[in-house]
Design a protein around this ligand. Structure first.
Ligand code: GLC
Ligand code: CA
Length: 556
């Protein structure tokens, strides 16, 4: 019998490197800081880390603008430190996933610099999308808009051609019809696989192929943000993109052990999304349905069922994430009246945040997420129950804030350096300051403050992750069976053998309708044998307690 590949049910922890831990006291997280915390990560009970881009970059988009895909940015360390980190992670039982950015390079990448120097129609320019403008050259070649806002085209100096950038002007889109581009990226993958890296998260995996002729989208006058929802979209989820990933999968499978991929794919249709994880394509994809869902019984159940059905239809496991470096932290989102993720808006436009409520819901969500089959993702700091911080305008760095002329807050609030100690210059992040200001009171959420406190967020995560490894029904990809719950705002499911999970989305206590011993509860308060409001509980059904059950579960 062959063993189940590790990535089918791995718990993957996202390290946003510049905000994780600072090893050399310059206020910016780095490899040395990360190496000093490998013990923390392995004790947490995760299986792998995904490190956001650490490559040489001018950092106009936090490193998602890569100038050299084979070099570490000096502010993070050196290639030999990266090698050591990978070795130490492996020794501690952790796998290492990097972030690859194939849709665009930095405008400082040598091939773009060369393309700018070269003439229109040259082989150097064919690495990117250069076009002549309309209206005698003075208007962009088409009406496409940037995901960050404004036109997706910038004209080169000397009033020549325009180049396409679906994100910032410092991130020119590569031309994936060019075979040299394809060969270059396979070579980059090999470079890191040879160094021992276990897999890659593929940035903007859906955007690489553009419709031939780059046709207009037909934006209304005054449109500012890219609309990514059109059917048959000219730069989103084109069928031709799959050929690239088939070829990448062959490459990853040629290694022993095989390497893996996880796609960042914001695709609104679950069946279209599952095409990325067909057996000869990528291994997994991030689950953005789950991340976008409102915190309600009906909506979460739909997100879970449709995600499992879609990935199961192609034999792939499902992944689960509640937040990442591009969206509000789950505590903040769940602290609002509207708990959905609303694209294109941010900050105060979304309404007030009740962080206490957000934390209670986020604790329940942690138990729900870690009880599901497949591979959960934890964004660094979510295990501490951090909320988004309000960054003063002068300190904001996100190109979304800059390109929108201050109309959109951007993502800095979710990227604040972690608190490790209750006090000290940067709460133990480094010796002194932090590149983004940490809010007052940040130290009360520090690892040091939570360590050993049974009621803390961190200990809830540690216990849940430990149980996930030891309980025979958890981990794995075996099915979820839904049962009638006592109320509409409660979800109840079991997994075999002998595990139950009950989640109360409502504001009043709920009866626990199963025989079983409580393994773990998100809210330790005593509700007289009832499940706490906004709480979740894990039950061991093979160890019935003497408590009288309220009703027997019946399958729906
Ligand atoms: C992805 C990244 C995001 C980045 C964008 C452009 O969505 O997660 O942080 O800004 O791609 O590379
Ligand atoms: Ca540093």
């Amino acid at each position: 019998m062959t063993a189940t590949p590790w990535w089918r049910d791995a718990v993957i922890y996202q390290v946003y490197i510049q905000s994780f831990a600072d090893g050399n006291a310059d206020g910016i997280g780095d490899i040395a800081g990360l190496r000093s915390r490998v013990g923390y990560l392995s004790a947490l009970g995760i299986d792998a880390i995904w490190i956001t881009p650490w490559y040489r970059s001018p950092l106009h988009d936090a490193g998602y603008d890569v100038a050299d895909y084979r070099a570490i940015h000096p502010r993070y360390g050196t290639l030999s430190e990266a090698r050591e980190l990978i070795r130490e992670c492996h020794a501690a039982g952790l796998r290492v996933i990097l972030d690859i950015v194939p849709n665009h390079t930095s405008s400082a990448h040598p091939s773009f610099v060369e393309a700018l120097r070269a003439s229109p129609g040259s082989p150097a320019r064919s690495w990117y999308h250069f076009r002549t403008g309309r209206d005698g050259g003075d208007s962009p070649p088409n009406d496409w808009l940037s995901v960050f806002g404004g036109s997706a085209w910038t004209r080169v100096q000397d009033e020549g051609e325009w180049y396409l950038h679906l994100f910032d002007a410092s991130q020119p889109d590569l031309n994936w019809d060019n075979q040299e581009v394809r060969a270059e990226f396979e070579d980059i993958l090999r470079f890191w696989f040879d160094l021992g890296v276990d897999g890659f998260r593929i940035d903007v995996a859906t955007a690489l192929m553009k419709a031939p002729g780059l046709p207009d989208l037909g934006y209304p006058d005054g449109a500012f943000l890219a609309d990514l929802t059109r059917p048959n979209h000219p730069h989103r989820d084109r069928d031709e993109v799959h050929e690239i990933y088939r070829s990448w999968r062959k490459l990853a499978d040629s290694y022993d052990p095989p390497r893996m991929f996880v796609a960042e794919a914001w695709v609104d249709d679950a069946d279209r999304l599952s095409r990325y994880v067909r057996p000869d394509e990528l291994n997994t994809t991030l689950n953005l349905f789950y991340l976008k869902s409102a915190w309600s019984a009906a909506s979460m159940r739909t997100a879970i069922d449709s995600s499992i059905a879609a990935t199961a239809s192609v034999g792939a496991p499902t992944t689960w994430s509640l937040s990442n470096h591009d969206v509000e932290r789950v505590v903040t989102r769940y602290g609002r009246a509207d708990t959905r993720r609303i694209p294109g808006v941010s900050g105060p436009e979304l309404g007030p945040v009740d962080e206490r409520l957000g934390r209670r819901r986020a604790r329940a969500a942690a138990l729900l997420t870690l009880a599901l089959p497949g591979s959960p993702y934890i964004y660094q700091g979510d295990e501490l129950g951090l909320a988004d911080a309000q960054i003063p305008p002068a300190a904001r760095q996100d190109p979304i804030w800059i390109r929108s002329g201050g109309r959109r807050w951007g993502r800095d609030g979710t990227r604040v350096p972690l608190p490790w100690t209750t006090d000290g210059g940067s709460y133990g992040f480094g010796d002194d300051g932090a590149w983004l200001p940490q809010p007052a009171g940040w130290g009360s959420h520090a690892v040091e403050a939570q360590d050993g406190d049974d009621t803390s967020f961190l200990e809830l995560y540690r216990q849940a992750l430990h149980l996930r490894r030891t309980h025979p029904a958890l981990g794995g990809t075996n099915a979820v069976t839904w049962h009638d719950a006592p109320r509409d705002d409660v979800l109840l499911f079991t997994r075999s053998p002998g595990f139950g999970c009950l989640v109360n989305f409502g504001p009043v206590p709920a009866p626990i309708p199963l025989h079983g011993q409580v393994l773990l509860a998100s809210d330790g308060a005593d509700f007289d044998g009832l499940l706490a409001p906004f709480g979740a509980v894990w039950l061991d059904l093979d160890h019935a307690t003497t408590r009288t059950p309220h009703e027997e579960p019946g399958e729906r």
